[in-house]
Design a protein around this ligand. Structure first.
Ligand SMILES: *[C@@H]1O[C@H](CO)[C@@H](O)[C@H](O)[C@H]1NC(C)=O
Ligand SMILES: *[C@@H]1O[C@H](CO)[C@@H](O)[C@H](O)[C@H]1NC(C)=O
Ligand SMILES: *[C@@H]1O[C@H](CO)[C@@H](O)[C@H](O)[C@H]1NC(C)=O
Ligand SMILES: *[C@@H]1O[C@H](CO)[C@@H](O)[C@H](O)[C@H]1NC(C)=O
Ligand SMILES: *[C@@H]1O[C@H](CO)[C@@H](O)[C@H](O)[C@H]1NC(C)=O
Ligand SMILES: *[C@@H]1O[C@H](CO)[C@@H](O)[C@H](O)[C@H]1NC(C)=O
Length: 439
């Protein structure tokens, strides 16, 4: 079983984040998707909860769950990184799949928080002077955990990935391995389903667009995927582990044989930057988020058909890039998140079932979308907070800064701790908050 319990910490703060005007799809190159500290956005004084279109059930708009929206200060647990962060406005986080440990990394310090004891149990440091760290925790063979850190130093342009094994007690062992490249930038899914094959890519100037395939259990195995002419933004394994899809700023997406590294097919170029790629969990479809530059759409190909540059399904166009898209585990529904806007698309009827749209849409990007309990709920991050919609009860939830607070960026993945009945993660002010919630 795989467990990517964590992800990156950061979304790029797009120039629109500070702008009052409607962003126009940028025909030139967007800047490097690098981590920035969370910041307060100079946006219009419209409550973030003001919607043009809400989630609906039987044509009745969703209602707030009792007490919601909830604001900072009403959380069940607040966990701060207990060292001065200095200029580093980020904390990378991961939770073990058994919900025992929360790992926090900032600057070059790692702290392990015991979720049962509700206390930090260890400090350690890395010689890893990076501006950005992504963190993933896997269950290690024979017990314990594999902590995989992926990082880039923007000055030296060195990117690398480090594996460190923790024992069952969350204690760091001396088992460590280094890999070339880092995870791709946007909500990457860099592991095969069994969690043992890993994808990295290089954003260094010298190896631009090169991807690597590793086997965590076999140090002699690696593949180099060469062919992209610009940075890879997203890379992922097919559910059966046989194929790899990569989406790049060179305008193409490529499908590769995961055991030989052979290029199977190139989709595009589509004339814009590509941001995201995903396989549907049933392995039947692959999606690529295209644009801007080209018309921003989510393009979906049926892998049983001959692949041409015409996708079978095209969702959009969106006014700007769409960097969040998640299928339900049964592959029946696809959620897309762009700027202040979520669509739920039905793969069999080809209908849009839900259209959620903020009034002040243009300032806020959706991130970290995740389906819970199959397709009972969906969560996402927006305006510095965490939101959730329950399709059965038609209730919506929000945990975040105040409704008029203008935070953007700085948020990370969401953790649902079922044993504790907590939901949360790192927020725009670089603190981890958990709230009481049972799906
Ligand atoms: C849904 O509600 C809207 C506004 O209340 C109404 O105009 C529309 O006709 C309704 N649609 C259906 C399918 O009932
Ligand atoms: C971790 O380091 C901090 C600051 O140096 C210290 O206060 C704390 O006691 C340490 N915690 C553990 C569990 O070692
Ligand atoms: C990146 O590397 C340079 C050179 O080693 C170092 O001076 C700098 O502090 C590093 N950046 C970070 C954020 O640690
Ligand atoms: C790593 O730890 C193991 C078990 O504690 C020990 O046998 C081994 O010598 C250590 N290796 C290094 C390089 O320190
Ligand atoms: C791949 O493996 C070979 C042989 O073990 C090694 O020399 C090379 O550095 C590895 N390449 C990468 C990108 O890790
Ligand atoms: C794919 O193209 C090949 C060659 O043109 C053709 O023989 C085959 O029937 C096509 N397959 C499908 C599923 O359309």
């Amino acid at each position: 079983m795989l467990f990517i319990t964590l992800f990156f910490i950061l979304l790029d703060l797009f120039q629109a984040a500070t702008s009052l005007s409607i962003p126009i799809p940028n025909p030139t190159r967007a800047r490097s998707p690098r981590l920035q500290p969370a910041r307060v956005v100079n946006a219009p004084a419209i409550p973030t909860s003001t919607l043009v279109s809400d989630f609906k059930k039987n044509n009745v708009s969703s209602q707030w769950a009792p007490g919601h929206p909830l604001q900072w200060g009403s959380e069940e647990k607040l966990i701060e990184f207990p060292v001065p962060l200095g200029f580093v406005g980020w904390v990378a986080t991961a939770v073990t799949e058994d919900e025992k440990f929360l790992i926090m990394i900032a600057s070059q310090v790692m702290k392990v928080y015991d979720l049962d004891k509700e206390a930090f149990i260890s400090n350690s440091s890395f010689n890893f002077p990076a501006d950005e760290v992504s963190l993933v925790l896997l269950t290690a063979p024979g017990g314990g955990y594999d902590l995989i850190m992926s990082a880039e130093n923007y000055t030296t342009r060195i990117d690398k990935t480090i594996q460190v094994r923790l024992d069952q007690n969350g204690k760091r062992t001396n088992y460590t391995r280094e890999f070339e490249g880092k995870f791709a930038s946007f909500e990457d899914r860099p592991f095969s389903k069994d969690g043992r094959k890993m994808l990295t890519q290089s954003q260094s100037t010298y190896k631009k667009g090169v991807a690597y395939v590793y086997n965590l259990d076999d140090p002699t195995f690696n593949l180099t995927l060469s062919g992209h002419e610009d940075w890879i933004m997203s890379e992922t394994f097919s559910p059966d582990g046989k194929m790899i899809s990569t989406a790049s700023w060179d305008g193409t997406a490529k499908l590769w044989d995961a055991s030989t590294g052979q290029l199977l097919h190139t989709l595009g170029p589509f004339g814009g930057q590509n941001w995201l790629t995903r396989f549907s969990p049933d392995g039947k479809n692959v999606l690529v988020s295209i644009g801007p530059g080209a018309k921003p759409v989510i393009a979906i190909w049926d892998l049983n058909k001959n692949l041409t540059n015409d996708p079978q399904i095209s969702i959009g166009p969106f006014p700007n890039w769409c960097r969040s898209a998640e299928w339900t585990s049964d592959s029946s529904l696809l959620a897309t998140g762009d700027y202040g806007h979520i669509l739920i698309y039905d793969m069999s009827s080809h209908q849009i079932l839900q259209n959620w749209e903020m009034e002040d849409r243009w300032n806020w990007e959706i991130s970290n979308m995740a389906w819970l309990e199959g397709k009972k709920q969906i969560t996402y991050r927006i305006t510095g907070g965490l939101e959730l919609y329950d399709f059965e009860t038609n209730l919506k939830y929000r945990w975040g800064p105040g409704d008029m607070d203008r935070y953007n960026g700085g948020s990370g993945p969401t953790f649902l701790l079922k044993k504790k009945g907590w939901i949360g993660g790192v927020e725009a002010d670089v603190k981890v908050r958990f709230w009481k919630y049972t799906p």
